[in-house]
Design a protein around this ligand. Structure first.
Ligand SMILES: [Zn+2]
Length: 192
């Protein structure tokens, strides 16, 4: 052995140990990622990767897209603007998820009253508000398909006393966007 190889041998051993430890950590990571308890993080990662849908079905049973008014950004005195669309229907009409996704909140709070939040494709959050009630079988952490019933139309929150409707909002990483164009049939996108 030359003096150089003696000098580098401990360093090489350390590097090999580090590489081996790295491989073991990576294998454990891959194994853990595939376990059932990682289903939610896996679903979130998959949803973030997917493109956001530019067209979604109307999330209230039996409501035609053309009957929905585009009230995006309408003034809401004293100092707010409407950050969604209102979909009017009889109290108790089923509200269904416009997208597949992960249920991230179910709560009764503030302006929205009884509300459900769904993390959908593209990492967008879909907001369903003024519900009379949410579905008894729905829980935070549920992975749901498009069309899953979230609750029923009502007038909770600041809609109390107004005609029952669903307030539907879509929030991207950059804030609220108008859901109305996405509710319209694909063909209308090509009309003047
Ligand atoms: Zn509204």
């Amino acid at each position: 052995m030359t003096p150089e190889t003696r000098h580098y041998a401990p360093l090489a051993r350390r590097v090999l140990i580090l590489v081996a430890a790295g491989c073991v950590a990576a294998l454990i990571g891959v194994w853990a990622w595939r376990q059932p308890f990682m289903a939610v993080p896996r679903a979130i990662a998959a949803l973030q990767r997917e493109p956001a849908p530019m067209h979604v079905p109307v999330p209230v049973l039996g409501v035609a897209p053309r009957s929905i008014a585009d009230t995006w950004n309408a003034a809401r005195p004293p100092n707010r603007h409407h950050q969604g669309v209102d979909i009017f229907a009889r109290r108790g009409t089923p509200v269904t998820s416009a997208t597949r996704g992960l249920v991230i909140a179910i709560r009764d709070q503030g302006l929205g009253g009884r509300q459900v939040w769904v993390l959908g494709p593209g990492g967008e959050r879909h907001y369903y508000a003024h519900l009379d009630a949410w579905d008894r079988d729905l829980h935070v952490g549920d992975l749901i398909r498009a069309g899953t019933q979230l609750g029923i139309v009502g007038d909770t929150g600041n809609a109390r006393g107004t005609p029952p409707h669903l307030h539907y909002g879509i929030y991207t990483a950059n804030g609220a966007v108008n859901p109305w164009p996405r509710l319209q049939p694909v063909a209308s996108a090509h009309r003047p």
